[in-house]
Design a protein around this ligand. Structure first.
Ligand code: ATP
Length: 586
């Protein structure tokens, strides 16, 4: 097939915004092409040469492409650059200059799809010294033989700006109509795509073997499966009702989703977006290689950063240390991970994605040889809301984001690439509504400005921690004070003013003025939140976070009946935070 046929289809597709018309043009193109070319055509229409997970990009910088256009058209780089500034699209500029050239010369050998694909592939695969020159001459060679429209699309393809707007679903529609027997067969093709993430392979199979081939489509180690996703609900009752009165509830770990493919000694890791992230987790690779008891397997896990000393879970952000090319060995030592495995999709020739979850869950327990660094996600079987609620609270205390509730019904297959009600997440939000008031100790203040000049503007408040006999900050308050209050407070407080932070006050914040803990005032807040800057309940709910009160307001009550040690305690603050978690909208 000539590449000009593809360019012609692109022109038509670009001229419409209607998805149905787009699909029609695509179907025409697919119908006309030889079946052995379908795979390549599908990749090309998406501006690619391979499925994303292979990680090969054509990636030519605009500057280099411009040089190739100059070489092929015979015009100067300057002239082309000037026009590019006007059009903002190197494709369009290329077409213009190739048009001028075409008027003065004849173009030679017509381009075939095969040649374009192979040349682009060579360009994509040339690396190392001399590769820039090689890329330049390969591209210029192609452009020299291209007509103006072809040249436009080649340039857009190599610079990653093809953008025809043909989404995956449009390609699947096109394939269903062209080879599946009708649009309604898309659903089968979609399933094949979801378990392979490879539109080209789906296209090749359906073009060569029809739907029969698609029905035999199986998951394959090495090809990432598009991830199953969860819906959300915010109460245990609703979740159990939705799941038919029973579910397997699991810890919802806060890390990075990893899909691990074990193929003998070789292990490949894919991210949630199906990028190959094997290099980032050499330790993860080892855990899979040595502790997944199968020759071949596909499993899913959450990689969670853990404390090197204590083994405690750390927040997701800690994994950022792994996002680098160099120094991974050091990052591995300083920021170790544990893999919490929650799915098994394939074991030694068996595609498990059609099995209901209880069966996959059993398999999971068999196939993982648990160690400190690779564990099956903690779970319970829940049949009543109280059980679920208790588990939820326990997990939140343990540093999890909440729980994942999974269907145990017969239809609880692995729904690749879909968000559905077979998985329901019940998440802790970090904020919750506060209804009760608290009595807090004034431990510091900032000078007032403007209307409040000469008095205090903001007060730092603390709860009492009787275990350690210290005062831990929970909020700063500046609202709810009348003018009379603002006069009265210095009177009350200045007796206790000291030149430095009091030794029994634990604060990470800096204040203009410090007080000996003694004055207690009543506060109502709008919500409670986790905070890295307040010291109350630090590390209790979550590593490196305390609990804070947001939008606090003075109620007008001075608790002169209370000594500082009678203030609301840290324990009470934690209790309030937890009890109100139940009301959150996850
Ligand atoms: P989504 O992935 O649903 O689009 P998101 O990216 O905001 O949303 P979350 O809402 O936090 O993620 O929830 C889904 C993610 O939770 C999964 O993709 C997975 O990475 C993670 N996760 C942690 N523990 C589990 C578990 N036990 N089972 C399934 N997923 C889990």
């Amino acid at each position: 097939m000539k590449y000009s046929r593809i360019a012609e289809a692109y022109e038509k597709i670009e001229a419409t915004t209607k998805r149905l018309e787009m699909t029609d043009y695509l179907v025409e193109l697919l119908n006309e092409s030889r079946t052995d070319l379908i795979e390549k055509i599908v990749y090309l229409t998406q501006g690619k040469l391979y499925p994303d997970f292979v990680g090969i990009e054509i990636g030519i910088a605009e500057k280099l492409a411009l040089r190739a256009v100059a070489k092929a058209s015979g015009y100067s780089e300057k002239a082309i650059e000037k026009d590019l500034q006007k059009t903002g699209d190197l494709g369009e500029t290329t077409q213009k200059f190739m048009n001028k050239k075409a008027q003065s010369t004849f173009f030679s050998t017509p381009l075939t799809v095969q040649r374009v694909y192979e040349t682009l592939d060579k360009i994509a695969n040339s690396t190392g010294s001399g590769s820039v020159d090689l890329k330049l001459s390969l591209l210029a060679g192609l452009l020299s033989d291209a007509n103006p429209s072809e040249a436009k699309y080649i340039v857009r393809t190599v610079t990653g700006s093809l953008r025809l707007g043909i989404a995956d679903m449009t390609v699947l529609d096109g394939l269903a109509i062209a080879f599946g027997g009708g649009k309604e067969t898309r659903i089968q093709l979609e399933r094949a795509y979801n378990i392979s993430s490879d539109l080209g392979r789906v296209a090749k199979v359906v073009a060569n073997q029809g739907l029969e081939g698609i029905e035999k489509f199986k998951v394959m180690p090495g090809e990432p499966i598009r991830p199953m996703l969860a819906e959300r609900l915010s109460s245990s009752e609703d979740i159990l009702e939705k799941l038919g009165g029973k579910c397997i509830a699991e810890y919802k770990y806060d890390g990075e989703r990893v899909q691990a493919h074990k193929m003998g000694d070789k292990v490949v890791l894919f991210s949630r977006r199906l990028e190959n992230i094997t290099e980032q987790y050499p330790d993860g690779v080892e855990y899979i290689r040595n502790h997944v008891k199968a020759k071949e397997a596909i499993i899913e896990a959450e990689a969670v950063a853990v404390d090197a000393q204590t083994g405690e879970m750390k927040p997701f952000q800690e994994l950022m240390h792994r996002r680098r090319k160099y120094g991974i060995q050091q990052a591995m030592q300083e920021h170790p991970i544990t893999l919490f495995v929650f799915e098994v999709l394939y074991v030694d020739g068996n595609d498990l994605t059609y099995e209901p979850y209880p069966i996959r869950h059993e398999q999971l327990k068999h196939v993982i040889d648990e160690t400190k660094h690779i564990q099956v996600a903690q779970s319970i079987v829940a049949t009543n809301p109280e059980q679920l609620e208790q588990f939820f609270e326990k997990t939140v205390e343990g540093g999890s984001e909440g729980i994942m509730c999974k269907s145990t019904n017969d239809d609880s297959v692995y729904q690749a690439g879909a968000r559905g009600w077979l998985w329901i997440k019940y998440k802790r939000d970090y904020r919750t509504e506060m209804t009760d008031t608290v009595d807090l100790v004034v431990v510091g203040a900032l000078h007032g400005r403007g209307k409040r000049a000469g008095t205090y503007g903001t007060f730092l408040l603390a709860a009492y921690n009787p275990d350690e006999d210290i005062f831990e900050t929970v909020t700063k308050v500046g609202t709810g004070f009348t003018d009379a209050d603002l006069q009265k407070l210095p009177e009350l407080l200045n007796k206790h003013r000291i030149s430095h932070k009091h030794s029994r006050v634990n604060s990470m914040l800096d204040m203009d003025v410090w007080f000996e803990p003694s004055v207690v005032i009543e506060i109502r807040g709008a919500e409670m939140t986790l905070s890295p800057v307040h010291t109350c309940a630090m590390n209790v709910i979550r590593e490196d976070s305390g609990v804070a009160i947001r939008f606090p307001r003075f109620t007008g009550k001075y608790r002169i009946d209370k000594a500082a040690e009678d203030a609301t305690t840290t324990e009470e603050v934690i209790e309030m935070y937890r009890s109100q978690l139940k009301k959150i909208d996850g």
